[in-house]
Write a protein that binds this ligand. Structure first.
Ligand code: WT7
Length: 686
């Protein structure tokens, strides 16, 4: 039933020309299919799995799982015994079976306007085969882990698919992460080889990635985990391109003529990508894998501080990312699709690499920044490539919104049909601006809720079918069964608020935490036996719409990136002057949330601007610039319970200068609160 528009809840319906041509044209069709998908998931997904190439069809039990820790080990298996290869399915199937070899897979748009490339499915396949052969020659075998630390360039997609082709497990580490973070991830997943690039530019800033990679590998060696092979893509351009060294729109990413910049080199380990690729054959038989073999590891923050290696397997991830891409973006063959996320995050894995390619889509792959060289870059790119489906993050929308409507209106955007968001709850104000100004009220917005762990969209509108409410991720995708639980684990019906959980597995749910299955069980299945626990709070309204209210654990979401307070705290206390640190989330107009840190110092240490800067630098280096604290407040002491637990609830209020602290009866030393308000005043000079 179409929800009524209440006074406080505006509802937006897709234009009828869009709905009538959509794969799912109305809510009734969605509901029918949804019912089938959850009543008989095996039949539903079996039908979709048939569209893929199987070396051996999945004939055994299509789905087998246990979601209940009290009944034994947690496991999820889709299509086990089915034999396939995801690289074959996203490339060879398009080229050979569908004859789409000449179709553009990617329009690569570089950081600097004027640098761009086109890559067809044929070219992508050839390069992936070459790279797969290179990896095999370097001794990489099925099941081996390969670390990838690269900027947003076509070679990143090539490297991922080359791993997938030979059954190796890729672990992409976002190029914004520090050398320390890369080192930890390489060691945790026992990677035998690293693929990186000399460097890249973000706006006018050059990042010497190879130098960071070297630091990481040195640290690995110090920790007795030597990595002996490193493949380096030559990507850095002369900082100021003159007319004849601008990257031409060449036939292949490998034929660019690059400037030879000084790259730190260790001949015992390092190999140039282009040299290895030159000699490699472009024919490469895929490694046929079980649907349940591992496809990749992707690290995500964990509330204990140590990142978790989220493991996804091949078959389920393949069918779910392909299906969500098709329905959520209502994909049609003439679309040009653009997801602005970095491939270093799950959004890029699922909705730049695998989902779009599985549908033979044409995508924009953008290396740059939303406001470089000016604040209309995004809209200029949309016009340049005639983008019809555009997917970005609320933090980017809020940033662009700050510049007003003019930079948007400078470009026509008439190609746009559907807009999407992901990463955090979108505030209705930003939603309405995106809808009215960017989409000119003709483009439905799909607010997609999901997680690294879910592999693909789990709560989302379907653009031709679902009436939209600004700020709501609306309804579950096919095969997903949400529920809202109270603190005692009881399912709440109707209008309710509580913990968001899922009752049964969809194909791309994560399979384990790499090397630590007990942590997987504990994090997601222990609190409420029988359910997958998202860690998010959620409200359901009278129309059955879901509204994600944010994390309920010790995690915060900065610009759509999850960080754990514990991880930042441990980076702070590694500083010689710091005795203890407590980090809380604080509202931020663009980033959504930011970090507010309280630090207590060791005896004899004094708080100063210099120390503050040292601490910021420490966090950037230990974790990433994303984690840079916005506020660091000196704390004479921290508010604790008698059992010694830091009361973050109290600290959040102090950070916001809210004097009503609620129940403080469990505070061991109530005097601490006044001291903290005083030191807050000193920090803000009031
Ligand atoms: C967390 C997952 C999924 C790719 C990007 C983040 C928050 C994500 C939404 C949304 C409200 C959202 C949740 C979730 N989140 N999308 N549409 N509405 N919240 O992946 O780093 O694994 O973070 O991001 O809190 O648990 P991730």
């Amino acid at each position: 039933m179409i929800p009524e528009s209440g006074a406080s809840q505006q509802v937006f319906i897709a234009p009828s020309e869009l709905s009538s041509k959509a794969h799912i044209p109305n809510l009734e069709t969605y509901k029918e299919l949804y019912a089938k998908s959850v009543e008989n998931p095996e039949e539903f997904w079996k039908g979709l799995a048939k569209e893929f190439y199987w070396e051996k069809q999945p004939t055994g039990q299509f789905l087998d799982y246990n979601f209940d820790v009290t009944k034994g080990k947690i496991y999820i298996e889709w299509m086990k015994g089915g034999i396939t290869n995801i690289c074959y399915n996203v490339l060879d199937r398009n080229v050979k079976e569908k004859k789409l070899g000449d179709k553009i897979a990617f329009y690569w748009e570089g950081n600097k306007p004027g640098t761009s490339l086109k890559v067809t499915y044929n070219e992508l396949l050839q390069n992936v085969c070459k790279c797969a052969n290179v990896l095999r020659e370097q001794g990489v075998k099925k099941g081996d882990r390969v670390s990838i630390y690269m900027p947003m360039i076509v070679e990143l997609v090539v490297a991922m698919l080359a791993c997938a082709r030979i059954g190796a497990v890729h672990s992409v580490v976002f190029a914004g992460f520090s050398a320390d973070s890369l080192c930890d991830r390489i060691i945790d997943s026992h990677c035998s080889l690293l693929i990186t690039a000399d460097g890249f530019c973000r706006g006018d800033k050059q990042i010497n990635l190879k130098q960071l990679a070297d630091e990481a590998l040195n640290k690995c060696k110090e920790k007795n985990f030597p990595v002996t092979k490193c493949i380096v893509v030559k990507h850095l351009w002369k900082t100021e391109p003159s007319s004849n060294d601008v990257c031409a729109e060449g036939p292949s990413p490998l034929k660019r003529i690059c400037q030879n910049l000084q790259t730190p080199w260790n001949a015992a380990i390092d190999m140039w990508w282009h040299e290895l690729m030159e000699d490699a054959s472009d024919q490469c038989e895929p490694e046929w894998c079980d649907a349940e073999d591992d496809l990749f590891i992707l690290y995500t923050s964990g509330s204990t501080g140590k990142p978790k290696g989220v493991v996804h397997s091949i078959g389920g991830y393949m069918i779910f990312t392909a299906t969500t891409f098709k329905y959520v973006f209502d994909y049609h063959p003439d679309d040009v699709y653009w997801c602005t996320a970095d491939i270093g995050w799950i959004t890029g894995h699922s909705y730049i690499t695998y989902g779009p390619l599985a549908n033979a889509a044409t995508s924009v792959l953008f290396e740059g920044l939303p406001i470089y060289p000016d604040e209309s870059r995004m809209w200029q790119i949309i016009d340049k490539y005639k983008v019809s489906k555009f997917y970005t993050a609320p933090t980017a929308i809020r940033l662009l919104m700050k510049y007003g409507d003019e930079p948007v209106k400078r470009h026509s955007r008439k190609s746009l049909k559907i807009l999407g968001t992901v990463g955090e709850p979108i505030n209705p104000e930003a939603w309405l601006w995106y809808y009215r100004v960017v989409g000119e009220e003709r483009c439905p917005i799909v607010d997609t809720f999901w997680q690294t762990e879910t592999g693909g969209h789990v709560m989302t509108p379907l653009p031709g079918a679902t009436p939209l409410k600004p700020g709501s991720a609306t309804l579950p995708f096919f095969g997903v069964v949400p529920s809202i639980l109270n603190e005692s684990g009881e399912e709440l019906e109707g209008e309710a608020e509580g913990y968001l959980v899922f009752k049964q597995p969809w194909p791309s749910i994560m399979r384990s935490v790499y090397g630590n299955h007990p942590r997987f069980e504990k994090t997601y299945f222990r609190k409420f036996p029988g359910y997958y626990v998202t860690g998010d709070g959620c409200k359901r309204d009278k129309d059955g719409y879901y509204w994600i209210t944010g994390r309920v654990d010790d995690m915060l979401n900065v610009s759509g990136h999850l960080l754990s307070t514990a991880e930042v705290e441990s980076a702070l206390v590694e500083h010689r002057a710091v005795a203890e640190a407590a980090v809380v989330s604080h509202p931020h107009a663009v980033k959504g949330e930011c970090l507010y840190c309280f630090v207590t110092l060791k005896e004899g240490r004094k708080f100063s601007k210099t120390l503050e800067e040292e601490l910021r630098k420490q966090v950037r280096e230990k974790i990433s610039p994303i984690a840079t604290p916005d506020f660091i407040q000196y704390a004479p002491a921290l508010p604790k319970t008698r059992s010694g637990k830091i009361m973050r609830r109290v600290l959040r209020k102090i950070a916001r200068n809210e004097k009503d602290l609620g129940d403080t009866s469990t505070l061991a030393d109530p005097a601490v609160v006044d001291q903290l308000f005083t030191s807050r005043c000193q920090m803000f000079n009031v």
